[in-house]
Write a protein that binds this ligand. Sequence first.
Ligand code: TNX
Length: 554
Amino acid sequence: MRTRHRTTRPVRTTRPVRSARPVRTARLLGSLLLVAAAGVSSFAAAPAPSGAAEAPLTPLGRIVPAPMKAEAGGAGYEITARTRIRVGSPEERRVGEYLAKVLRPSTGYELPVTTGEGGDGIRLRISAEPENKVLGGEGYRVISTRGSLTITSWSDAGLFHGVQTVRQQLPAAVEKKTKQRGPWRVAGGTIKDMPRYGYRSTMLDVSRHFFTVDQVKHYIDQAALYKMNKLHLHLSDDQGWRIAIDSWPRLATYGGSTQVGGGKGGYYTKAQYKEIVAYAASRHLEVVPEIDMPGHTNAALASYAELNCDGVAPPLYTGTAVGFSSLCVKKDVTYDFVDDVVRELAAMTPGEYLHIGGDEAHSTSHEDFVAFMDKVQPVVAKYGKKVMGWHQLAGAEPAEGAVAQYWGYDRTGAAEREQVVNAARNGTKLVLSPADRSYLDMKYTADTPLGLSWAGLVEVRRSYDWDPGTYLQGVPADAVMGVEAPLWTETLSTSAHLDYMAFPRLPGIAELGWSPAATHDWEQYKGRLAAQAPRWDALGIGFYRSPQVPWPAR
Ligand code: TNX
Protein backbone atom coordinates (compact mmCIF):
# COMPACT_ATOMS: atom_id res chain seq x y z
CA MET A 1 0.00 0.00 0.00
CA ARG A 2 1.26 3.47 -0.85
CA THR A 3 1.89 5.79 2.01
CA ARG A 4 3.25 8.65 -0.05
CA HIS A 5 0.75 11.00 -1.60
CA ARG A 6 2.25 12.12 -4.86
CA THR A 7 3.83 10.51 -7.90
CA THR A 8 6.09 13.56 -8.18
CA ARG A 9 9.31 14.21 -6.32
CA PRO A 10 9.64 13.70 -2.59
CA VAL A 11 8.03 16.23 -0.34
CA ARG A 12 10.08 18.89 1.37
CA THR A 13 8.06 20.47 4.09
CA THR A 14 10.63 23.16 4.80
CA ARG A 15 10.52 24.56 1.30
CA PRO A 16 10.70 28.36 1.46
CA VAL A 17 7.63 30.28 0.47
CA ARG A 18 8.28 32.03 -2.83
CA SER A 19 8.46 35.75 -2.32
CA ALA A 20 5.67 37.44 -4.19
CA ARG A 21 6.00 40.01 -6.92
CA PRO A 22 6.43 43.65 -6.01
CA VAL A 23 3.29 45.72 -6.13
CA ARG A 24 2.84 46.93 -9.66
CA THR A 25 1.94 50.56 -10.20
CA ALA A 26 -0.71 49.57 -12.71
CA ARG A 27 -2.45 47.48 -10.10
CA LEU A 28 -2.38 50.19 -7.53
CA LEU A 29 -3.76 52.63 -10.06
CA GLY A 30 -6.44 50.11 -10.90
CA SER A 31 -7.63 49.99 -7.35
CA LEU A 32 -7.41 53.74 -6.95
CA LEU A 33 -9.71 54.10 -9.91
CA LEU A 34 -12.34 52.17 -8.06
CA VAL A 35 -12.80 54.86 -5.53
CA ALA A 36 -14.11 58.33 -6.16
CA ALA A 37 -12.95 60.18 -3.15
CA ALA A 38 -15.48 62.73 -1.85
CA GLY A 39 -12.98 63.33 0.87
CA VAL A 40 -13.02 59.75 2.06
CA SER A 41 -9.89 57.69 1.66
CA SER A 42 -10.79 54.18 0.80
CA PHE A 43 -9.38 50.73 0.35
CA ALA A 44 -6.65 51.81 -2.02
CA ALA A 45 -4.86 53.28 0.97
CA ALA A 46 -2.18 50.86 2.13
CA PRO A 47 -2.50 49.97 5.78
CA ALA A 48 0.26 50.75 8.22
CA PRO A 49 2.81 47.98 8.62
CA SER A 50 2.17 45.26 11.14
CA GLY A 51 2.69 46.40 14.68
CA ALA A 52 2.22 50.11 13.99
CA ALA A 53 -0.93 51.96 14.96
CA GLU A 54 -3.58 51.32 12.34
CA ALA A 55 -5.42 54.04 10.50
CA PRO A 56 -8.86 52.44 10.45
CA LEU A 57 -10.15 51.67 6.98
CA THR A 58 -13.37 53.31 5.98
CA PRO A 59 -16.37 50.97 5.81
CA LEU A 60 -16.44 51.23 2.03
CA GLY A 61 -12.76 50.42 1.93
CA ARG A 62 -12.78 47.24 3.97
CA ILE A 63 -15.05 45.01 1.93
CA VAL A 64 -13.84 41.50 1.07
CA PRO A 65 -14.04 40.55 -1.77
CA ALA A 66 -13.19 44.02 -3.09
CA PRO A 67 -16.14 45.39 -5.05
CA MET A 68 -15.85 46.43 -8.67
CA LYS A 69 -16.66 50.03 -7.87
CA ALA A 70 -17.33 51.95 -4.67
CA GLU A 71 -17.92 55.68 -4.49
CA ALA A 72 -18.20 57.39 -1.13
CA GLY A 73 -20.58 60.27 -0.66
CA GLY A 74 -23.04 61.72 1.82
CA ALA A 75 -23.91 60.76 5.36
CA GLY A 76 -25.28 57.32 4.61
CA TYR A 77 -28.14 55.38 6.11
CA GLU A 78 -28.48 54.63 9.79
CA ILE A 79 -30.45 51.58 10.86
CA THR A 80 -32.64 52.54 13.80
CA ALA A 81 -35.58 51.19 15.79
CA ARG A 82 -37.87 52.64 13.11
CA THR A 83 -36.20 50.91 10.15
CA ARG A 84 -38.37 48.71 7.98
CA ILE A 85 -37.13 46.30 5.35
CA ARG A 86 -39.25 46.93 2.28
CA VAL A 87 -39.76 44.14 -0.23
CA GLY A 88 -42.20 43.22 -2.99
CA SER A 89 -41.86 39.79 -4.52
CA PRO A 90 -41.43 36.52 -2.58
CA GLU A 91 -37.76 36.39 -3.70
CA GLU A 92 -37.14 39.85 -2.29
CA ARG A 93 -38.91 38.82 0.89
CA ARG A 94 -36.66 35.79 1.36
CA VAL A 95 -33.55 37.94 1.15
CA GLY A 96 -35.21 40.51 3.41
CA GLU A 97 -35.94 37.91 6.07
CA TYR A 98 -32.36 36.71 5.89
CA LEU A 99 -31.09 40.26 6.41
CA ALA A 100 -33.49 40.78 9.30
CA LYS A 101 -32.24 37.58 10.95
CA VAL A 102 -28.68 38.85 10.78
CA LEU A 103 -29.56 42.29 12.17
CA ARG A 104 -32.23 41.65 14.79
CA PRO A 105 -30.27 39.95 17.60
CA SER A 106 -27.43 42.48 17.73
CA THR A 107 -29.37 45.69 17.04
CA GLY A 108 -32.30 44.62 19.19
CA TYR A 109 -34.63 46.28 16.67
CA GLU A 110 -37.78 44.73 15.32
CA LEU A 111 -36.98 45.36 11.66
CA PRO A 112 -40.28 44.29 10.17
CA VAL A 113 -40.09 42.95 6.62
CA THR A 114 -42.94 44.71 4.91
CA THR A 115 -44.50 45.08 1.50
CA GLY A 116 -45.78 48.55 2.30
CA GLU A 117 -44.59 51.25 -0.08
CA GLY A 118 -42.43 54.03 1.22
CA GLY A 119 -39.28 55.87 0.35
CA ASP A 120 -37.46 55.26 3.59
CA GLY A 121 -35.85 52.25 5.20
CA ILE A 122 -33.97 49.40 3.63
CA ARG A 123 -35.32 48.57 0.19
CA LEU A 124 -34.61 45.35 -1.67
CA ARG A 125 -35.48 45.37 -5.35
CA ILE A 126 -35.11 42.80 -8.08
CA SER A 127 -35.51 44.50 -11.41
CA ALA A 128 -34.58 43.95 -15.02
CA GLU A 129 -33.65 47.56 -15.70
CA PRO A 130 -30.65 47.76 -18.04
CA GLU A 131 -28.42 49.11 -15.27
CA ASN A 132 -29.08 45.96 -13.25
CA LYS A 133 -28.90 43.62 -16.20
CA VAL A 134 -25.41 44.76 -17.13
CA LEU A 135 -24.27 43.51 -13.73
CA GLY A 136 -25.38 40.00 -14.62
CA GLY A 137 -27.09 37.29 -12.58
CA GLU A 138 -25.02 37.89 -9.44
CA GLY A 139 -24.22 41.59 -9.55
CA TYR A 140 -25.92 44.27 -7.45
CA ARG A 141 -25.96 47.96 -6.57
CA VAL A 142 -26.09 49.49 -3.12
CA ILE A 143 -27.12 53.10 -2.66
CA SER A 144 -26.83 54.46 0.84
CA THR A 145 -28.25 57.92 1.62
CA ARG A 146 -29.46 59.65 4.76
CA GLY A 147 -33.02 58.47 4.24
CA SER A 148 -32.71 55.04 2.69
CA LEU A 149 -30.53 52.10 1.86
CA THR A 150 -31.39 50.45 -1.45
CA ILE A 151 -30.03 47.21 -2.81
CA THR A 152 -31.04 46.39 -6.38
CA SER A 153 -30.18 43.49 -8.60
CA TRP A 154 -31.39 41.56 -11.58
CA SER A 155 -31.66 38.46 -9.39
CA ASP A 156 -32.15 37.30 -5.83
CA ALA A 157 -28.57 35.96 -5.83
CA GLY A 158 -27.34 39.49 -6.51
CA LEU A 159 -29.52 40.92 -3.73
CA PHE A 160 -28.10 38.32 -1.38
CA HIS A 161 -24.52 39.27 -2.28
CA GLY A 162 -25.46 42.92 -1.78
CA VAL A 163 -26.65 42.05 1.72
CA GLN A 164 -23.24 40.51 2.48
CA THR A 165 -21.58 43.74 1.38
CA VAL A 166 -23.84 45.85 3.58
CA ARG A 167 -23.20 43.53 6.50
CA GLN A 168 -19.48 44.15 6.22
CA GLN A 169 -20.03 47.91 6.30
CA LEU A 170 -21.67 47.78 9.69
CA PRO A 171 -19.63 47.53 12.91
CA ALA A 172 -18.39 43.98 13.58
CA ALA A 173 -20.62 43.75 16.67
CA VAL A 174 -23.57 43.38 14.29
CA GLU A 175 -22.53 39.72 13.99
CA LYS A 176 -23.09 39.01 17.68
CA LYS A 177 -26.08 37.08 18.88
CA THR A 178 -26.93 39.37 21.79
CA LYS A 179 -27.96 43.01 21.87
CA GLN A 180 -25.09 45.45 21.24
CA ARG A 181 -24.75 49.22 21.19
CA GLY A 182 -25.00 51.01 17.86
CA PRO A 183 -25.01 53.26 16.00
CA TRP A 184 -25.57 51.09 12.93
CA ARG A 185 -24.57 53.30 10.06
CA VAL A 186 -23.94 52.15 6.49
CA ALA A 187 -21.44 54.49 4.86
CA GLY A 188 -22.92 56.91 2.35
CA GLY A 189 -22.30 56.31 -1.32
CA THR A 190 -22.83 53.89 -4.15
CA ILE A 191 -21.44 50.43 -4.81
CA LYS A 192 -21.68 48.66 -8.15
CA ASP A 193 -20.44 45.15 -8.09
CA MET A 194 -20.35 41.95 -10.09
CA PRO A 195 -18.14 38.86 -10.04
CA ARG A 196 -15.14 38.18 -12.24
CA TYR A 197 -15.96 34.45 -12.37
CA GLY A 198 -19.22 32.56 -12.21
CA TYR A 199 -17.72 29.56 -10.38
CA ARG A 200 -16.48 30.35 -6.88
CA SER A 201 -16.29 27.25 -4.81
CA THR A 202 -15.12 25.66 -1.65
CA MET A 203 -14.92 21.92 -1.12
CA LEU A 204 -15.54 20.08 2.10
CA ASP A 205 -14.20 16.54 2.46
CA VAL A 206 -16.83 14.82 4.60
CA SER A 207 -15.35 11.43 3.86
CA ARG A 208 -12.02 11.40 5.71
CA HIS A 209 -13.87 12.78 8.70
CA PHE A 210 -17.63 12.97 8.79
CA PHE A 211 -19.29 16.31 9.48
CA THR A 212 -22.91 16.59 10.58
CA VAL A 213 -25.61 18.49 8.71
CA ASP A 214 -25.31 21.34 11.20
CA GLN A 215 -21.56 21.53 10.77
CA VAL A 216 -21.96 21.66 7.00
CA LYS A 217 -24.57 24.42 7.34
CA HIS A 218 -22.17 26.38 9.51
CA TYR A 219 -19.50 26.08 6.83
CA ILE A 220 -21.98 27.14 4.14
CA ASP A 221 -22.73 30.30 6.12
CA GLN A 222 -19.04 31.14 6.25
CA ALA A 223 -18.59 30.64 2.50
CA ALA A 224 -21.68 32.77 1.79
CA LEU A 225 -20.18 35.69 3.73
CA TYR A 226 -17.55 35.95 1.02
CA LYS A 227 -19.91 35.45 -1.93
CA MET A 228 -18.87 31.95 -2.86
CA ASN A 229 -21.53 30.22 -4.93
CA LYS A 230 -20.63 26.52 -5.01
CA LEU A 231 -20.22 23.92 -2.30
CA HIS A 232 -18.35 20.89 -3.58
CA LEU A 233 -19.04 17.96 -1.25
CA HIS A 234 -16.50 15.15 -1.40
CA LEU A 235 -18.98 12.42 -0.49
CA SER A 236 -16.96 9.26 -0.95
CA ASP A 237 -13.41 8.11 -0.49
CA ASP A 238 -11.43 5.16 0.83
CA GLN A 239 -12.32 5.99 4.43
CA GLY A 240 -16.06 6.53 4.12
CA TRP A 241 -19.13 6.59 1.90
CA ARG A 242 -21.36 9.40 3.14
CA ILE A 243 -24.56 9.37 1.10
CA ALA A 244 -27.49 6.93 1.26
CA ILE A 245 -28.05 5.10 -2.04
CA ASP A 246 -31.22 2.99 -1.89
CA SER A 247 -30.17 0.43 -4.48
CA TRP A 248 -26.83 -0.19 -2.72
CA PRO A 249 -27.69 0.37 0.95
CA ARG A 250 -24.49 -1.05 2.46
CA LEU A 251 -22.46 1.78 0.89
CA ALA A 252 -23.71 4.09 3.61
CA THR A 253 -24.55 1.72 6.47
CA TYR A 254 -21.29 -0.22 6.28
CA GLY A 255 -19.06 1.91 4.01
CA GLY A 256 -19.94 4.98 6.05
CA SER A 257 -19.41 3.38 9.44
CA THR A 258 -15.94 4.67 10.14
CA GLN A 259 -13.44 7.44 9.30
CA VAL A 260 -9.76 8.35 9.56
CA GLY A 261 -8.51 7.27 12.95
CA GLY A 262 -11.29 4.72 13.41
CA GLY A 263 -14.08 6.94 14.71
CA LYS A 264 -17.68 6.07 14.02
CA GLY A 265 -18.11 8.05 10.81
CA GLY A 266 -21.63 8.60 9.54
CA TYR A 267 -23.59 9.36 6.41
CA TYR A 268 -26.39 11.61 5.18
CA THR A 269 -29.80 10.14 4.60
CA LYS A 270 -31.44 11.36 1.42
CA ALA A 271 -33.57 13.73 3.47
CA GLN A 272 -30.47 15.14 5.15
CA TYR A 273 -28.67 15.57 1.86
CA LYS A 274 -31.68 17.45 0.50
CA GLU A 275 -31.65 19.58 3.63
CA ILE A 276 -28.02 20.54 2.94
CA VAL A 277 -28.83 21.28 -0.70
CA ALA A 278 -31.79 23.46 0.31
CA TYR A 279 -29.79 25.29 2.96
CA ALA A 280 -26.98 25.94 0.49
CA ALA A 281 -29.54 27.21 -2.04
CA SER A 282 -30.96 29.58 0.57
CA ARG A 283 -27.43 31.05 0.74
CA HIS A 284 -27.14 31.00 -3.06
CA LEU A 285 -24.62 28.19 -3.17
CA GLU A 286 -25.11 25.25 -5.50
CA VAL A 287 -24.04 21.86 -4.20
CA VAL A 288 -21.66 19.95 -6.48
CA PRO A 289 -21.61 16.38 -5.16
CA GLU A 290 -18.57 14.21 -5.79
CA ILE A 291 -18.36 10.45 -5.98
CA ASP A 292 -14.65 9.81 -6.47
CA MET A 293 -13.98 7.03 -9.01
CA PRO A 294 -12.37 4.71 -10.03
CA GLY A 295 -9.75 5.16 -7.28
CA HIS A 296 -10.48 6.37 -3.74
CA THR A 297 -13.17 3.68 -3.56
CA ASN A 298 -12.17 1.38 -0.70
CA ALA A 299 -15.35 2.14 1.27
CA ALA A 300 -17.47 0.96 -1.67
CA LEU A 301 -15.25 -2.04 -2.35
CA ALA A 302 -15.47 -3.04 1.32
CA SER A 303 -19.27 -2.78 1.21
CA TYR A 304 -19.83 -4.97 -1.86
CA ALA A 305 -17.50 -7.86 -2.67
CA GLU A 306 -18.74 -8.07 -6.26
CA LEU A 307 -17.25 -4.69 -7.07
CA ASN A 308 -13.76 -6.17 -6.63
CA CYS A 309 -12.02 -7.90 -9.54
CA ASP A 310 -11.21 -10.87 -7.27
CA GLY A 311 -14.66 -10.88 -5.67
CA VAL A 312 -13.17 -10.38 -2.20
CA ALA A 313 -14.16 -7.37 -0.13
CA PRO A 314 -11.24 -5.60 1.56
CA PRO A 315 -11.58 -4.42 5.16
CA LEU A 316 -12.71 -0.89 5.92
CA TYR A 317 -9.83 1.56 5.92
CA THR A 318 -9.07 4.26 8.49
CA GLY A 319 -5.55 5.38 7.50
CA THR A 320 -4.54 8.25 5.21
CA ALA A 321 -2.70 6.58 2.32
CA VAL A 322 -3.99 7.13 -1.20
CA GLY A 323 -3.90 5.34 -4.52
CA PHE A 324 -4.47 1.74 -3.41
CA SER A 325 -8.08 1.13 -4.42
CA SER A 326 -9.84 0.80 -7.76
CA LEU A 327 -13.25 -0.20 -8.99
CA CYS A 328 -13.04 -3.23 -11.29
CA VAL A 329 -13.05 -1.60 -14.71
CA LYS A 330 -13.65 -4.85 -16.60
CA LYS A 331 -16.78 -6.04 -14.74
CA ASP A 332 -20.28 -5.16 -15.94
CA VAL A 333 -21.54 -4.85 -12.39
CA THR A 334 -19.26 -1.84 -11.94
CA TYR A 335 -21.33 0.08 -14.48
CA ASP A 336 -24.63 -1.04 -12.93
CA PHE A 337 -23.26 0.35 -9.70
CA VAL A 338 -22.17 3.63 -11.30
CA ASP A 339 -25.50 3.99 -13.09
CA ASP A 340 -27.49 3.49 -9.90
CA VAL A 341 -25.35 5.83 -7.84
CA VAL A 342 -25.31 8.58 -10.46
CA ARG A 343 -29.05 8.22 -11.08
CA GLU A 344 -29.98 8.47 -7.40
CA LEU A 345 -27.54 11.28 -6.69
CA ALA A 346 -28.53 13.28 -9.78
CA ALA A 347 -32.20 12.95 -8.83
CA MET A 348 -31.65 14.76 -5.54
CA THR A 349 -29.18 17.34 -6.86
CA PRO A 350 -30.71 20.39 -8.56
CA GLY A 351 -27.31 21.78 -9.59
CA GLU A 352 -25.72 21.51 -12.99
CA TYR A 353 -22.69 19.40 -12.12
CA LEU A 354 -21.80 15.98 -10.84
CA HIS A 355 -18.15 15.46 -9.92
CA ILE A 356 -16.77 12.01 -10.68
CA GLY A 357 -13.32 12.45 -9.16
CA GLY A 358 -10.72 10.58 -11.17
CA ASP A 359 -7.68 11.67 -9.16
CA GLU A 360 -4.83 9.45 -7.99
CA ALA A 361 -6.11 6.30 -9.68
CA HIS A 362 -2.69 4.74 -9.14
CA SER A 363 -4.12 1.23 -8.99
CA THR A 364 -5.93 1.56 -12.30
CA SER A 365 -3.90 1.18 -15.51
CA HIS A 366 -3.98 4.12 -17.91
CA GLU A 367 -5.87 2.02 -20.43
CA ASP A 368 -8.46 1.04 -17.83
CA PHE A 369 -8.75 4.65 -16.62
CA VAL A 370 -9.53 5.87 -20.13
CA ALA A 371 -12.01 3.03 -20.71
CA PHE A 372 -13.70 3.74 -17.38
CA MET A 373 -14.09 7.46 -18.07
CA ASP A 374 -15.41 6.71 -21.58
CA LYS A 375 -18.17 4.62 -20.06
CA VAL A 376 -18.96 6.74 -17.02
CA GLN A 377 -19.13 10.25 -18.51
CA PRO A 378 -22.17 9.41 -20.69
CA VAL A 379 -23.96 8.12 -17.58
CA VAL A 380 -23.65 11.55 -16.00
CA ALA A 381 -25.06 13.13 -19.16
CA LYS A 382 -27.85 10.54 -19.29
CA TYR A 383 -29.08 11.77 -15.90
CA GLY A 384 -28.95 15.39 -16.96
CA LYS A 385 -25.74 16.55 -15.35
CA LYS A 386 -22.46 17.96 -16.58
CA VAL A 387 -19.28 16.07 -15.77
CA MET A 388 -16.71 17.53 -13.44
CA GLY A 389 -13.53 15.67 -12.71
CA TRP A 390 -10.13 16.31 -11.18
CA HIS A 391 -7.67 17.31 -13.90
CA GLN A 392 -6.57 13.72 -14.49
CA LEU A 393 -9.71 13.61 -16.60
CA ALA A 394 -7.67 15.51 -19.19
CA GLY A 395 -5.55 12.36 -19.55
CA ALA A 396 -8.65 10.52 -20.82
CA GLU A 397 -11.16 11.94 -23.30
CA PRO A 398 -13.13 14.64 -21.50
CA ALA A 399 -16.75 14.61 -22.67
CA GLU A 400 -18.19 17.62 -24.42
CA GLY A 401 -18.94 20.26 -21.79
CA ALA A 402 -16.87 18.52 -19.10
CA VAL A 403 -15.05 20.64 -16.53
CA ALA A 404 -11.61 19.70 -15.25
CA GLN A 405 -10.48 20.83 -11.82
CA TYR A 406 -6.78 21.63 -11.77
CA TRP A 407 -5.11 20.74 -8.47
CA GLY A 408 -1.48 20.75 -9.58
CA TYR A 409 1.19 22.85 -7.95
CA ASP A 410 4.56 24.38 -8.69
CA ARG A 411 6.19 20.95 -8.93
CA THR A 412 3.57 19.39 -11.19
CA GLY A 413 5.38 17.97 -14.19
CA ALA A 414 5.30 19.74 -17.55
CA ALA A 415 3.63 16.80 -19.29
CA GLU A 416 0.73 16.73 -16.83
CA ARG A 417 0.29 20.50 -17.10
CA GLU A 418 0.39 20.31 -20.87
CA GLN A 419 -2.41 17.77 -20.93
CA VAL A 420 -4.58 20.20 -19.00
CA VAL A 421 -3.60 23.13 -21.21
CA ASN A 422 -4.41 21.12 -24.34
CA ALA A 423 -7.76 20.03 -22.97
CA ALA A 424 -8.55 23.68 -22.23
CA ARG A 425 -7.58 24.66 -25.77
CA ASN A 426 -9.95 21.98 -27.02
CA GLY A 427 -12.89 23.38 -25.10
CA THR A 428 -12.70 21.75 -21.66
CA LYS A 429 -13.39 24.39 -19.04
CA LEU A 430 -11.20 24.63 -15.96
CA VAL A 431 -11.76 25.34 -12.31
CA LEU A 432 -8.47 26.18 -10.64
CA SER A 433 -7.54 24.93 -7.20
CA PRO A 434 -3.73 24.84 -7.22
CA ALA A 435 -2.69 22.79 -4.21
CA ASP A 436 0.11 25.11 -3.12
CA ARG A 437 -2.20 28.14 -3.26
CA SER A 438 -5.80 27.25 -2.61
CA TYR A 439 -5.67 24.02 -0.57
CA LEU A 440 -7.00 25.00 2.80
CA ASP A 441 -5.61 21.82 4.38
CA MET A 442 -1.97 22.78 3.73
CA LYS A 443 -0.12 23.93 6.82
CA TYR A 444 0.54 27.68 7.01
CA THR A 445 3.98 27.17 8.52
CA ALA A 446 6.00 24.21 9.73
CA ASP A 447 4.51 24.85 13.18
CA THR A 448 0.85 24.66 12.16
CA PRO A 449 -0.54 21.90 14.39
CA LEU A 450 -3.12 20.72 11.82
CA GLY A 451 -2.99 19.97 8.12
CA LEU A 452 -0.63 18.41 5.60
CA SER A 453 2.38 19.80 3.75
CA TRP A 454 2.89 17.67 0.63
CA ALA A 455 2.31 20.69 -1.64
CA GLY A 456 4.39 22.99 0.56
CA LEU A 457 3.58 25.50 3.26
CA VAL A 458 0.85 27.93 2.26
CA GLU A 459 0.93 31.18 4.22
CA VAL A 460 -1.82 33.73 3.70
CA ARG A 461 0.07 35.82 1.16
CA ARG A 462 1.00 32.84 -0.98
CA SER A 463 -2.60 31.69 -0.96
CA TYR A 464 -3.84 35.08 -2.20
CA ASP A 465 -1.03 36.25 -4.45
CA TRP A 466 -1.75 34.61 -7.82
CA ASP A 467 -4.02 35.34 -10.73
CA PRO A 468 -6.43 32.68 -11.96
CA GLY A 469 -6.49 34.41 -15.35
CA THR A 470 -2.79 33.89 -16.03
CA TYR A 471 -1.92 31.04 -13.68
CA LEU A 472 -1.71 28.26 -16.28
CA GLN A 473 0.36 29.47 -19.19
CA GLY A 474 -1.19 28.74 -22.56
CA VAL A 475 -4.74 28.37 -21.27
CA PRO A 476 -7.17 30.73 -23.04
CA ALA A 477 -8.53 33.18 -20.46
CA ASP A 478 -12.12 32.25 -21.21
CA ALA A 479 -11.42 28.59 -20.45
CA VAL A 480 -11.12 29.48 -16.76
CA MET A 481 -14.53 29.18 -15.16
CA GLY A 482 -13.38 30.03 -11.68
CA VAL A 483 -11.64 28.89 -8.55
CA GLU A 484 -12.06 26.53 -5.64
CA ALA A 485 -10.64 26.31 -2.14
CA PRO A 486 -10.72 22.61 -1.14
CA LEU A 487 -10.68 21.61 2.51
CA TRP A 488 -9.47 18.02 2.87
CA THR A 489 -9.96 16.56 6.29
CA GLU A 490 -7.43 13.81 6.96
CA THR A 491 -6.25 15.84 9.97
CA LEU A 492 -9.42 17.83 10.68
CA SER A 493 -12.31 16.51 12.72
CA THR A 494 -14.09 19.46 14.35
CA SER A 495 -15.61 22.73 13.17
CA ALA A 496 -12.89 24.55 15.10
CA HIS A 497 -10.32 22.73 12.97
CA LEU A 498 -12.14 23.78 9.80
CA ASP A 499 -12.31 27.40 10.99
CA TYR A 500 -8.60 27.53 11.73
CA MET A 501 -7.56 26.21 8.32
CA ALA A 502 -10.16 28.10 6.27
CA PHE A 503 -9.61 31.45 7.96
CA PRO A 504 -8.01 33.63 6.78
CA ARG A 505 -7.35 31.85 3.47
CA LEU A 506 -10.89 31.17 2.28
CA PRO A 507 -11.76 34.89 1.90
CA GLY A 508 -8.64 35.31 -0.26
CA ILE A 509 -9.66 32.60 -2.71
CA ALA A 510 -13.18 34.03 -2.70
CA GLU A 511 -11.71 37.41 -3.62
CA LEU A 512 -9.69 35.89 -6.48
CA GLY A 513 -12.95 34.50 -7.81
CA TRP A 514 -15.01 37.65 -7.33
CA SER A 515 -12.93 40.82 -7.60
CA PRO A 516 -11.67 42.46 -10.78
CA ALA A 517 -8.04 41.60 -11.49
CA ALA A 518 -7.25 45.33 -11.25
CA THR A 519 -7.98 45.32 -7.52
CA HIS A 520 -5.43 42.61 -6.83
CA ASP A 521 -2.83 43.99 -4.49
CA TRP A 522 -1.49 42.22 -1.44
CA GLU A 523 -0.48 45.41 0.38
CA GLN A 524 -4.01 46.75 0.47
CA TYR A 525 -5.68 43.34 0.63
CA LYS A 526 -3.91 42.49 3.87
CA GLY A 527 -5.38 45.64 5.44
CA ARG A 528 -8.89 44.72 4.35
CA LEU A 529 -8.34 41.19 5.55
CA ALA A 530 -7.15 42.42 8.93
CA ALA A 531 -10.33 44.46 9.22
CA GLN A 532 -12.34 41.23 9.01
CA ALA A 533 -10.87 39.90 12.25
CA PRO A 534 -13.31 41.59 14.67
CA ARG A 535 -16.11 40.10 12.58
CA TRP A 536 -14.66 36.60 12.91
CA ASP A 537 -14.27 37.18 16.64
CA ALA A 538 -17.92 38.22 16.84
CA LEU A 539 -18.94 35.14 14.85
CA GLY A 540 -16.82 32.85 17.01
CA ILE A 541 -14.49 31.85 14.16
CA GLY A 542 -11.12 30.88 15.60
CA PHE A 543 -8.70 31.90 12.85
CA TYR A 544 -4.94 31.71 12.29
CA ARG A 545 -3.35 35.04 13.24
CA SER A 546 -0.78 35.10 10.47
CA PRO A 547 2.15 37.45 11.16
CA GLN A 548 1.84 38.59 7.53
CA VAL A 549 -1.41 40.41 8.30
CA PRO A 550 -1.66 43.64 10.40
CA TRP A 551 -4.42 42.40 12.70
CA PRO A 552 -5.98 45.00 14.96
CA ALA A 553 -5.20 44.60 18.65
CA ARG A 554 -7.90 42.61 20.44
C1 TNX B 1 -4.77 15.04 -2.71
S1 TNX B 1 -6.50 16.75 -4.42
C2 TNX B 1 -5.98 14.44 -2.91
C3 TNX B 1 -6.80 14.04 -1.75
C4 TNX B 1 -6.11 14.35 -0.45
C5 TNX B 1 -5.41 15.68 -0.54
C6 TNX B 1 -4.78 16.11 0.72
C7 TNX B 1 -6.95 15.38 -4.84
C8 TNX B 1 -7.74 15.37 -6.04
N1 TNX B 1 -6.58 14.31 -4.13
O1 TNX B 1 -7.11 12.69 -1.83
O2 TNX B 1 -7.06 14.38 0.54
O3 TNX B 1 -4.43 15.59 -1.54
O4 TNX B 1 -4.22 17.37 0.62
